[in-house]
Design a protein around this ligand. Structure first.
Ligand code: HEM
Length: 385
């Protein structure tokens, strides 16, 4: 089961840019704006829900992309309130709990791109790739809102089935099996922090990283979580979007959750890992990376245990069958093709503002795909504007 390491995934889950904003969310309108800027964004632009909006182009990179204190006075951590939504992504959860994203967990793609650039210094192209992937598969294309967790009326009236606008928790879209600290959908809860899995992350960090999580630990844990799912999940699926993102997300804790003042031998302490993964909270005095980052280190993870995409066949455990048609690191444009096919499956015959925004959002996503993957033939399933 072999594949060659590559560097494209900067693309898919993720590449960079630059913007120094006097405050992070220029599009956010609120009556008491000064207070909100001091304490982060309280809530999504719920007033939009129910109304069609013209999907705006994604933000560019910030002008300042250097080291910065991000656990600051303007972005205090706050506990969840009733109705606040969180999901499988510890990065987005943390940004929402500090008010870089609306604290209720419902956001526009523009807010997400701005937040992951501002709060965690994700590179611009990577930020657009990840955000629009999630939005196209799980967001509401009419209201331009995405839940970072489960389905909520706050994203507005649901689109016609089979589309769902169900948020990032929806299994088999962006969220998938063999997560680091989230269980497989087959076991019931695919999005909450799972202490047993976190204990495994700690164990592997002790065994392979001297008590810290680093790229070596990431390589071992990635492989082991695949083997866990093969042995226990009869519905294990590990292909296309999930195959690519599963590798990217293993390096994120090193690239994004280690304080930016540490520039050599970057490794994540278990205390700080728990802070992000479990508590959705920046460690005290946390500084973001001193330069824009994406999926650096992923080649090392891939090379540690090469593995091809596939899944358990016939509903049986220990029955992993490779899928030669899946996207992999040698066939990255298949990822683009599969996602577009998935979007068409969700929206077989869109009309009006829905169709218009689908065309726009696919165009925005393709622009980032083209930079990151290069050479993928653009598809226009809904026509062009
Ligand atoms: C700086 C930005 C980001 C960071 C640091 C980050 C970090 C992570 C990490 C470490 C995981 C693995 C969690 C685990 O398996 O326990 C993860 C999962 C996930 N992230 Fe993010 N992420 C970022 C941006 C995004 C964006 C923009 C989206 C989509 C809009 C997204 C959606 C997801 C989803 C759906 C999962 C679950 C995948 C799975 O099934 O394991 N993330 N993220």
């Amino acid at each position: 089961m072999l594949l060659k390491p590559f560097t494209f995934l900067a693309a898919l889950l993720f590449t960079l840019g630059s913007l120094s904003i006097s405050f992070a969310f220029p599009n956010f309108q609120a009556p008491n704006g000064d207070l909100l800027r001091r304490q982060g964004i309280e809530d999504s632009t719920v007033s939009q829900a129910g109304h069609g909006v013209d999907a705006p182009p994604p933000p560019g990179p910030p002008s300042f992309t250097g080291l910065k204190l991000v656990n600051d006075r303007d972005h205090p951590w706050k506990p969840l309130r009733k109705g606040d939504v969180r999901g499988p992504c510890p990065g987005l959860n943390t940004l929402a709990s500090h008010g870089y994203l609306p604290r209720d967990g419902v956001a526009t793609p523009t807010q997400i791109v701005n937040a992951i650039q501002e709060g965690l210094n994700m590179e611009n192209t990577a930020a657009i790739l990840a955000t629009y992937l999630g939005h196209l598969l799980n967001g509401n294309q009419v209201t331009d809102l995405l839940s970072i967790g489960g389905k909520t009326p706050k994203t507005g009236p649901p689109p016609p089935a089979p589309a769902h606008a169900g948020g990032l928790n929806v299994h088999g879209t962006f969220e998938g099996d063999a997560g680091l600290t989230r269980a497989d959908e087959f076991f019931g809860d695919n999005h909450s922090f799972n202490q047993t899995l976190f204990d495994k992350l700690v164990d592997f960090s002790n065994r392979y990283g001297g008590g810290f999580y680093n790229y070596t630990v990431a390589g071992e844990l990635r492989y082991s979580r695949i083997q866990d799912s093969i042995a226990t999940n009869p519905q294990f699926s590990f292909k296309n979007v999930r195959y690519i993102t599963a590798y990217g997300e293993t390096v994120f804790p090193v690239n994004f959750f280690v304080d930016g003042r540490v520039t050599t031998d970057r490794k994540l302490s278990m205390e700080d890992a728990a802070s992000f993964f479990r508590d959705m909270r920046f460690p005290p005095d946390f500084h973001r990376s001193d330069h824009p980052v994406s999926n650096q280190g992923v080649d090392q993870v891939i090379a540690a245990h090469s593995w091809l995409p596939g899944g358990n066949a016939d509903g049986k455990v220990n029955n992993y069958v490779v899928d030669p048609t899946s996207a992999d690191f040698e066939h990255r444009c298949r990822l683009y093709d599969r996602v577009v096919e998935g979007v068409v499956g969700l929206y077989p015959s869109p009309t009006g503002i829905l169709k218009r925004n689908l065309i726009k959002n696919l165009q925005y996503w393709y622009t980032a795909v083209n930079v990151s993957l290069g050479g993928c033939t653009q598809l226009f399933p809904f026509g062009q504007l």
